[in-house]
Ligand binder design. Sequence first.
Ligand code: XMP
Length: 511
Amino acid sequence: MKHEAILVLDFGGQYNQLIARRVREHNVFCEVLPYTVSIDRIREGGYKGIIFTGGPSSVSAADSPRCDQAVFELGVPILGICYGAQLMSVMLGGQVQRPEKREYGKTDVCVNSASKLFHDVSSETTCWMSHTDHIHEMPEGFSRTAWTDTCPVAGMENTAQNYYAVQFHPEVMHTPEGSKMLRNFLYEICDVSGDWVMSTFVEDSIKKLREKIGDRKVLCALSGGVDSSVAAVMIHKAVGKQLTCIFVDHGLLRKDEGDNVERVFKQQFDMNLIRVNAQKRFLDKLAGATESEQKRKIIGEEFIRVFEEEAKKIGTVDYLVQGTIYPDVIESGVGDAAVIKSHHNVGGLPDDVDFKGIIEPLRDLFKDEVRKAGLELGIPGDLVWRQPFPGPGLAIRVIGDITEEKLFILREADAIFREEVKKNGLGRDIHQYFAVLTGIRSVGVMGDERTYDYTIALRGVTTTDFMTAEWARIPYDVLDIVSRRIVNEVRNVNRIVYDITSKPPATIEWE
Ligand code: XMP
């Protein structure tokens, strides 16, 4: 069954993913494509509506991003947001202007509640503004639906054509009635029925996978992370033991993690799981490596080699499973981000395994949707709500060279920290938290003795997308217990520090 879909046309704004998520929260499937996408591709999509996103450019600039003028001939409702609103105005013959003052932050906006977009919205409502230009003259056929003290046209519509535009951002939570506005656009203007429901999606996917795979063999690299776990269980539900999972234990996992992964997938799901105990192999390769990129590279490469060797033992497989999720797929094509770290996802593509095709059952899902699908499939909550854990594992949380002794210290300290955070009910609010074994040793005193031991750093962050993050305000009492427990229970540690830097300028991981 093909779902109804909305297209989010991406002009490079920072909230574009959020718009897509919001649409899907209203049970409507949604795709994000760069503004450069061809009109034929848009036509093929059969979208029920299009949303133009915000973006950093000024529409008045000569090289400002523009979509194909033909989108206005599709007969599909369009909602322009911020840059998207200005663009709609200019492309249809209106004008924008740069006022003296830039409008930024929470703003009181008056709206005309008779507009379908603002149905059931208070006539004076708070919205999040962030713009330099604003619409000065509306195109013909449009009427004004919202305004502020300084922005004469904060919203406009052409009901005959079903074109709507807002200068503010309805998708962010600082616009409390924004969700209602998006819902109005979807249900009142695009006339969707809301057929995107997780249980149906999971059932449909299992059915489709069964048809596609038939009696063929499938191979999956399981890391124990949310994405690969959900992908594997979904395929297992479809074709059972035709799926073999390879779990490479590189010895850089957290305390008891390898055993837990094995237990869940072998015992609970009765899956064909091969655990490869490659700890020594990885440690040998890492010996002497001190630089973070060098460590990442060694682990990435070794992972592929181990995986290939195991896969060879199984013989020819037909399909390889990838836990790719939607944000990995979107090539917005708008702007190039600088490479800060070479991310390695355990489960990356091996170059020497014989297979006919790749299966990516989560390609259409956002992270929170992957979690919902996981719960739907009966995966334990602990695993579904697992915080992100990097492919290179503890190797990038031990600063400098890696030894078994250092990994042991870090594992113990990290387990105490995580246990206390959970015990104090903070597990869901802090999105990622872990310990780091810094390369620093310093002087301490224990009993009457001088010590010269390691410093453990604790890191906790809150974030929505892991691109930016705030350091988590963990209560002092909790930090205090953690600190005492670590120095008392873990040998060779005599000092604990808490990392209070945001990202940027720091990154979440220390390496
Ligand atoms: P940074 O440290 O760049 O991390 O702020 C952002 C998020 O990405 C995770 N991370 C990785 N994940 N392979 C992964 O699969 C990697 O090499 C890697 N490095 C960082 C990090 O844990 C955080 O969630």
